[in-house]
Ligand binder design. Structure first.
Ligand code: 3AT
Ligand code: MG
Length: 332
């Protein structure tokens, strides 16, 4: 007997869900956007190989994971293999000089963060790139997130709306002490994994071979080929999932006691190690198992984030109108 297969319309029977779908369809990355990014990647890899002959350039982040908007930047990872690990700052300095000689690149600058990046734009366009060196965990987690994004039809619209909501309400900027997009995505996945009727499983638990953390990096993009869609008994609409997400972080989740683990599809207590103790928000990186929410280190910013969940939940449960927490027209 064939499984009953849903279409996205089955989850869009109310006004709020319709507004979410409309926002998703207007904002999601188009295939023409990806083609443009891919074309730049190919040309950049060619130019970089004049200096680093064996280097390979990977597109990562929302450009590749199915969770991108038309306005998303292009994150990239340059992989340089070899016995001795090159110093990322040194490599990026060399690339900075190289890029200044390339006709299709402009506004190159080096950011000396914990993971150093070279930021630049395609000349004459608003396409921005963030390039790191050998931060290969970003390649692994991109293909894990991609598998989650396509495991259920509701995931991509749900996450896009949450990202837009967070950006509009100024809680989506790690450089200003709030949440990175990556942290937000893991928070949504965690909520969907821990519902009484889960919308998502732990893919790392169910398909350990596809997401083996030691897999050769060249194989990682092929890894998830055998992950089928998840068939959930949960038939909640998009709108109910958004309301439930806000409610969960406004009233259920214990920020001061729990660590979010998408790897295990559960929370665990934060009092067992230095990584988690006395942190405002604890969200586990699925491969490296460190805290992806470490940018939130000011009490004021943390309080603003929690207040935003509480306030948006209060308003949306009353109004059931996406415009009450996010001006849809202005964003499309
Ligand atoms: P946007 O659409 O650009 O807002 P994104 O999905 O590209 O969202 P980020 O810009 O936050 O997300 O991050 C880009 C990628 O970098 C996503 C993930 O593959 C990797 N990454 C980000 N933060 C971390 C982290 N703390 N640990 C490991 N990988 C990370
Ligand atoms: Mg990005």
């Amino acid at each position: 007997i064939p499984e009953s297969s849903n279409s996205l319309q089955d989850y869009v029977k109310d006004k709020l869900s319709g507004q979410m779908l409309e926002l998703f369809e207007a904002c999601q990355q188009q295939s023409s956007d990806l083609i443009r990014k891919e074309k730049c990647r190919t040309q950049l890899q060619k130019d970089i190989q004049r200096v680093y002959a064996v280097a390979r350039l990977y597109l990562t982040g929302s450009s590749m994971n199915g969770l991108g908007c038309r306005s998303s930047d292009a994150d990239m990872c340059l992989v340089i293999k070899g016995n001795k690990r090159p110093d990322p700052i040194q490599v990026l300095s060399v690339l900075q000089r190289l890029f200044r000689s390339l006709s299709y690149v402009e506004r190159t600058h080096l950011i000396r963060a914990k993971v150093p990046i070279l930021r630049f734009r395609e000349k004459g366009s608003d396409l921005e790139f963030d390039l790191n060196v050998n931060n290969t965990v970003g390649i692994r987690n991109t293909f894990l997130l991609r598998s989650y994004a396509y495991a259920d039809l509701r995931i991509r619209p749900m996450i896009l709306v949450v990202k837009k909501w967070a950006k509009h309400n100024q809680i989506n900027d790690a450089s200003k002490g709030t949440l990175s997009s990556y942290t937000l995505v893991l928070m949504v996945l965690h909520y969907l994994q821990t519902l009484k009727e889960p919308v998502l499983p732990s893919l790392q638990r169910d398909y350990p071979e596809s997401f083996n953390p030691f897999m050769d990096i060249d194989m990682v993009p092929e890894g998830p080929k055998y992950v089928p869609p998840y068939s959930s008994t949960n038939q909640s609409s998009l709108g109910d999932l958004l309301l439930g997400f806000l409610r969960y972080y406004a009233t259920v989740f214990s920020w001061d006691k729990q660590v979010i683990s998408v790897r295990e599809a559960k929370t665990f207590p934060n009092n067992n190690s230095r990584e988690w103790r006395n942190k405002f928000i604890c969200v586990e990186e699925p491969f490296e198992r460190n805290n992806v929410a470490r940018a939130v280190h000011e009490k004021m910013k943390f309080e603003a984030i929690k207040a935003q969940f509480a306030e948006s939940w209060r308003i949306l449960r009353q109004r059931k109108d996406l415009n009450s927490i996010l001006p849809v027209r202005a964003i499309i």
